[in-house]
Design a protein around this ligand. Structure first.
Ligand SMILES: [Cu+2]
Length: 137
């Protein structure tokens, strides 16, 4: 019994550490280069991102400023996810609410209207702890 309680506490601590790390959202200093590990729009303006194990495949996305683009989202697991884009983590202004769907192996495209250069926020609306920054440059 005692072992079980300790294990639960460890799990709770691990989950808490995980979610507090991933809900961190800090805009970059003005003009700063987005991190190299962001998912980037290709020549056709398509950003590919996926979800598995309740995580997005990239911690950030980069889109071109002033040009419409597409978020091509693949759900690689059964739990339902979506991609939604907001002005920031307060979700005051909404730019995309992608369809929520289950996988695995299901891909859907969501068109996004042109955005001015800046730092935005994306998340899964079902699991808000799944989130990241969208850098429009
Ligand atoms: Cu989700």
């Amino acid at each position: 019994m005692k072992t079980r309680v300790s294990l639960s506490l460890v799990l709770v601590a691990a989950l808490a550490a995980c979610s507090s790390a991933s809900t961190e959202w800090t805009p970059l200093p003005s003009g700063a280069e987005p991190p190299a590990n962001c998912a980037r729009a290709d020549a056709d303006g398509v950003i590919e991102i996926s979800a598995d194990q309740l995580l997005f495949s990239a911690p950030c996305m980069v889109a071109p400023a002033g040009v419409a683009f597409v978020v091509r989202f693949t759900n690689d697991e059964a739990p339902p996810h979506n991609v939604a884009i907001y002005s920031d983590s307060t979700t005051t202004t909404t730019y995309l609410v992608g369809e929520v769907f289950s996988g695995p192996g299901v891909t859907k495209d969501s068109p996004v209207a042109a955005l001015p250069a800046g730092d935005y926020y994306f998340r899964c609306d079902v699991h808000p702890e799944m989130n990241g920054a969208l850098y429009v440059r």
